[in-house]
Structure formats: structure tokens, C-alpha cells
Ligand binder design. Sequence first.
Ligand SMILES: [Zn+2]
Length: 483
Amino acid sequence: MTVTRRAALPLLSILLVVSAFSTARAADSRDDQLNRLLGLALRSPFMRQAAIRLIDRIGPRVAGTPNGSHAEELAAEIFREAGVPLVRQEAVNVPLWQVHRASLALVKPTNFSPPVVPLANSASTPPQGLLLRLVDAGYGTPQEIAALGDAARGAALLVRTGVPAGQQWLHRSQKYDAAAAAGAAAFLYTPAGLDRPPRSGTVTLSGAPGPIPALSIPATTGAWLARLAAAGAGPEVRVTLLADRIPATAYNIVADLPGRDSSEVVLACAHLDSWDQGQGAGDNGTGTIVLWQAARTLVEQGLRPRRTIRFVSFTGEELGLLGSGAYVRDHGAQLESIRAVVNLDMVGEPTGFATMLQPQAAPLLADLAEHLAGFGLATDVPDRPGLYSDHQPFLLAGVPVLVLRSQLPAAVGAAYHSARDTFDLLDLGQQQRAAAVTAALLWRLANADPLPTVRLDPKVVREELEAAGIEVRSVAGHPEAGH
Ligand SMILES: [Zn+2]
């Protein structure tokens, strides 16, 4: 109940600011529409009920598993209950990664077996496992792995999360690739901080099988192994991973609120799938319920947008952007109609907006942030391209991507992909406010005349990303994705 009390104050202050504003400019029907939207979103019980059905009644929902299908059925049901007129499902091939056995055993200089989390799409070992020398590879940057020289060959490489201070962030798949290329026989991934939980994750971004086995191990075990290696104790480990990749079908759930002009679409999306250790509360229960509440609100207000607003609960994001990748591949010819994509992945207290290689859209978003003064949104709109969620296949295809910036509590941010990602961490007031801002954003994008987003040449996108120091590799959804 403390959650309700905490949420109540900001809600009241938001409504006061909004109503003061609407009195001042009562003639402006655009503002009246916005205020009505905000009121509907902030007062709706819809989101809280949807959160319970998704996060507690289903919980973990890896694409291709029975829980994954239940979540897809729920998404379709929710869009129908929200009153979105057109709801459909689109099939996506996903590998169902089924783990039979995953273990790590320290066998020299002593015996110890910590709990482990297998990393998805990594390779199986022989049934008896692999007996390997353990070599500490630091953060596993390409430079650190190169510095190991021949020592990396045939070894189990111990790699920490994160990067050394001041260096460009690396996705785990980049470190995994560097380890495999150096001839490592196994990849052991450990949190850089002792208070951090071991996380799930995929080692390939295309969802394709990787070349060597990979396990996430507890931070305390990683630190122990590192001390043994540094002391010259010659630690040896047995790595065992037995898993199958079974072809399975999962579904993107797509719902349209048709516009007066259906040749233009504003697309909002959130990945529905999660990892299997926790409940998928922060990642991505938060983005999912924000999407669903925004859909409910935009239908409830009863006005028809100029452009079609499309809501998509994507499958298979965690396995390598499989749902959004398939969407971009399968709808190649229709991508031209998509005037903006807003992806909701791990959404907390709304803080403002950003663009991705669309700086000319900043004034529109800054204006909206000013109109939403009660939410305390920043009015600067940075242009900040980035990868690694469902907006990525769209961005690389040149489709305009806009961003809702938000802030989750540190505990939620730290819990993603781990057993700690549970309902208990959430303060749903944040998502309720994010849903209100998202509804306002989508309404503004769907009706703006003109909407100042532009379709980009994929070559230019690549150049811009590389200029920003962001490595673009073969990834799902991109026309050049390696198969
Ligand atoms: Zn996510």
C-alpha cells in the first residue's frame, strides 16, 4: 500500500499543473485532447491488472516455451480488452534453447561447484564436459584477449561484465566472439561487482548457434578463480553444458488503431519475452504494461488519429532481436509507411525524449515536453543513437526511431536478466506516468502536421553509428545479417 501512497502525490501535482494549463488556453483543443489523455492514463486501473496477469500469473516467458505462448495469448487478449480494433499475430521462427545440464566444477587446486546460468545459443560440450585450464581475461576486451596470446588457446576464459573505465561499452556477444576467435574452449562470464547477480543472455545477436560453451557464474566464484589464477595456483575447471536447439514458432502480437490516413503509421513496441530466472518484471514487464496502457488510453479517448497507431508486443528479443528482426524482414516494402518507431524496453519514471539520427524532430519533442510540465520532463532532446533492443532492426533499415527517456530505480536496473528481476522491485506509479507520457507522445506523433521524421539511407545510418563509435556487426533483422 505504500506504493499507492507514494504514487498519489505526483499524480495529484501532475493533474493540477495540467488543469491550470488547460484553463489558460481552453480554446486550444489540441491541449484539451492531451489533458484528457493524461487524465485517462493516470487514473486507469487497466495497467495494474495487466501487470499482475503478466508478471505474477505468467512470470518468466522465454520465446518458444509454453510460458512464452501464454504471454502471447495474453497480449492478444489485452489488446482486445483495450478495444484496439485490429489485432493479429505474426509467426516468428525461434530456436527453443533447451538446457539439459549446465555445470561448472573447480577441480584444481580444490573441489567446488557453484550454481551457474548457461548463456543462450552457446555450444554444448561432450557429455562428460571439458576439463580446462582457467585463464583470467579481465573484462574480455579485444585488447585484453589479444594480450593473452597463446595462453587463451584451449582455456576456459574468465571474463567480467563491463569495461575498463573510459572505454567504449561492449555487448557480451562481442567479448564472446573475441574469446572464441582467440581459440578459447569455454567462456565464463562473471559480474564485475560482488553485489551483482549472474545474468542470463544470448552470446550471439543473430540467434545463431555460437562456437564455444558459455556460463554465467556468481561474482564470488569469479573473484575466487581470479585469485587462484593470480597466485599461480593453476586452477582447472570442468565445464559441462548440454543443450538442444529445437525449432519453434513464437508470435509477434500486432494491434492497429487505424488512422484517417492508413498510409502512414506510428509504431510503438515492447518485447514481451523475458529470461527464465526471474519474473521478467523490469525487463520487460515495465515496457510491456506501458505499451498496453498507452493502447488502452488512446482507444478510450475515442478520437481517431490522423496516422495509424500500431502497437507491437515483440517476441524473441532476448534471443537476438528475433521478433523485430522478422518484422523488418517480412514487411520490407511497407517500412516506408512507418514514420516513427518508439521502443519501450525497461521503462521507469519518464524523464524526457530523445531521437536517434533524427535531430530535426527535436523541436516537436521539446514542445511536447513543455506541455507535459507536470511530469518534470527535461526539455533538451539529445540525438543519441544506440543498438541492442527492438528498435535496432528498424534503425539499421533507416526507419525513424524516437525515444522516451526514463529512469528505473537502481535495484530494477541491476536486476535485469537475473533471478532478482521480480514484481517486488516495481513501483507501478512510475509505469503509470510513463504510460501517460507515451500515450501523449504517440498521439502527438500520429497527428503532427508535418511530422518532421525522415527515412534514412541504411548506409548513412551505418556511417553515423560508426562515427559515434558504435560497432555495427552482423545482426538479426539487418539485410546483411550473416546466416
Ligand atoms: Zn529487454
